[in-house]
Design a protein around this ligand. Structure first.
Ligand SMILES: [Fe+2]
Ligand SMILES: [Fe+2]
Length: 165
């Protein structure tokens, strides 16, 4: 059985993962409007991934006999100055989420909840991947600078990610 404290923290994090999905969906809309369909597709796939993270926690709380409480999701940012700023914000957001996952893990240790610790290990590994992917795009966009041809090439490359990841 989940402790009340841990159940509350997991419910809070279900909302955080849905908020991440919202942030990336907003970024996808911005990138599509900026005529970067590949970048937009990458962000949309990212958004779908965040929804699957939320559902993973949702299912875990239910499986443990807990009560899922869905919280209100804040409005995501909608204005960005450049594709570089979009991906820099995405990276910053992932770093923030990594901190949240680590605090959840610390709580699971404190509550002696081993099953939650094991479940959260998946998220810890996933965060390393997500920070790495966002930071890779940030660095590539920095290399590109104001070179439109290179930006269009990167856009094509990012568009190959598809919606399945
Ligand atoms: Fe996530
Ligand atoms: Fe993420």
């Amino acid at each position: 059985m989940l402790s009340k404290k841990l159940q509350d923290a997991l419910n809070e994090h279900i909302k955080n993962e849905f908020y991440s999905a919202y942030v990336y969906l907003s970024m996808a809309a911005h990138l599509a409007a900026a005529h970067l369909p590949g970048c937009a597709r990458w962000m949309r796939a990212q958004s779908q991934e965040e929804m699957s993270h939320a559902m993973k926690l949702f299912d875990f709380v239910l499986e443990r006999g807990g009560r899922v409480v869905l919280k209100a999701i804040e409005q995501p940012p909608g204005q960005f100055k450049s594709p570089l700023e979009v991906f820099q914000q995405a990276l910053k957001h992932e770093q923030k989420v990594t901190g949240m996952i680590h605090r959840l893990y610390e709580l699971a240790v404190k509550e002696n909840d081993y099953a939650t610790q094991v479940m959260l290990q998946w998220f810890i590994t996933e965060q390393v991947e997500e920070e790495g992917a966002a930071s890779e795009v940030v660095e590539q966009l920095k290399l590109i600078g104001k070179e439109p041809t290179a930006l269009l090439m990167l856009d094509r490359q990012l568009g190959a990610r598809g919606g399945d990841s």
